[in-house]
Ligand binder design. Structure first.
Ligand SMILES: [Zn+2]
Length: 104
């Protein structure tokens, strides 16, 4: 297991995690619930993190993370027609319900 991303919020974490999964990499969001820190690290935070199961997937996962961050540089979002969650306009699939988002 290796951490590839620290998200600013849960939506962000799920976006990145889903993107990584779309690339065939097993990934998980941790710190999803900010109750209880893992370990006793001095700078423990409760931001959600994205981890990949296999260390050898790190490079590919990081490439996806970079893509996501570039996409998020576009400061606009569109609401999912299915569940109403906001998605960055560049995303093709809703992070929440995986509905195909309509691109215009
Ligand atoms: Zn949705």
């Amino acid at each position: 297991m290796i951490r590839v991303y620290i998200a600013e919020n849960l939506a962000d974490a799920h976006l990145v995690c889903n993107r990584i999964r779309e690339n065939g990499i097993a990934a998980h969001v941790f710190n999803e619930f900010s109750n209880g820190a893992v370990g006793e690290l001095p700078f423990t935070h409760t931001w959600p993190e994205v981890w990949v199961e296999k260390d050898q997937d790190e490079d590919n996962a990081l490439a996806v993370v970079n893509e996501c961050q570039l996409a998020q540089g576009v400061d606009s979002e569109s609401a999912c027609p299915e569940c109403g969650q906001l998605n960055p306009v560049n995303f093709e699939i809703c992070w929440s319900c995986s509905t195909q988002l309509v691109a215009d």
